[in-house]
Design a binder for this molecule. Sequence first.
Ligand code: ZN
Length: 472
Amino acid sequence: MDYTRFFNRDCKHLPQPRARRAIPRRAAAAGAGLAVAAAALAALLAPPSGEASREPPPAVVEHPLALPARADAGSGMPAPAGGDPVREEAAGGAVAGPGAPGTAAAPRWRTLTVRRGDSLARLLAREGVGPRTVHALVTSGREARRLRRLRPGERILLARDGDGAVAALRYPLGPERTLEVRRAGDGYRARILQHPLEHRQAHAAGVIEDSLFTAAQRAGLSDRLTMALAGIFGWDIDFALDLRPGDRFRVIYEVLYRDGERVGEGEILAAEFVNRGRVYRAVRYTDPEGRTGYYTPEGRSVRRAFLRTPVAFTRISSRFRLRRRHPVLNRIRAHRGVDYAAPRGTPVKATGDGKVIFRGRKGGYGKVVMIRHGARYVTVYAHLSRFARGLRAGRRVRQGQVIGYVGATGLATGPHLHYEFRVDGVHRNPLTVRLPAARPVPARYREDFRRRTAPLVAALDTLRRVQIARRD
Ligand SMILES: [Zn+2]
């Protein structure tokens, strides 16, 4: 069995130094359904089959777009043509710009692709747009601030009028939203265009032969949804160690359409994973207060109140032991935590929601953060090189929030994180302690939960029958 492929793929989703982060950040953005990201991921992956099948984005990076034709149709990008279902405000008639199909003086849209190291100024300089115009565009409203942080691969649509001045600029923020900056009087005005989307359901099913990723690819599941699937069941299944050939999964997820055209993926709505004969199921539910989570069909959270490890993908260098020779003190001493060897600067996450009760230096711990979680639990993170910005005693932290960075302060021979898990004041082994489940669906919403998730559970049942029938 070869899980290295899962790991290799998986690892690129870890926080990385800036330069290497381009893809995962875009992958994360695809959570918001960013079409650019979907296209980039589609290009990264082997061509998926069936529902998820998509043509990779065209190799041509810049091309003029004629109005009002839907020249961009099929690329998954919000088309700038007049016929698109963007809810146009009354433009006040001031600008006969884009969105005025049929106008003789209608400007041509040009699609510019952001290159590595591009700022808006640099990108537009290549088009001969001067810094004063760029400044006017970027300062045209609160929303226009998004233009200060362009990422490689993103696209900007630019419309010029007859004398070459910039009439409008569009920056697709995702399948549902586009930032538009349009000339208004002497300056520019920014606003967000909303594109109504249709949410449809799609499904995928697969059997593990060698790794989750290859099985998911065969099933036509995107990289992002595969990670999401692993995330949903990662509390119960260690995807690096527990997978076996013959394990199966079924996933029901949302696909977003605009004008009958697929523009992105939404979230996983329901999923089932059969690991070594054990069936795990999860459904997505948003309660009337807007809290969203994955729950078992019975309404228990699939999450634990604590992450098992506060640092991602690292090596355990010292386990919880009541007798151990201390590497610095060279004395027998209990080791009441777990040491994770990790490069200096690796982010350290709070393993559960809680309140910081200590942040500072403390003897052999060096720079240490202590977090209280409810009445019974305290977690400790020691030898940090530095703390997360703004972290102070009394602050609330969320599970997974970065609280500091791996270092070697205090009594440490090299960079590592020393992590402790205390229950009722007693040190417990973080690797084996039974982690309490996160909060279930509140009793008052149980009925709502059942009513809204029953169709998803039924759909999982149907998928299972179909998958079994195919196999037989
Ligand atoms: Zn330690």
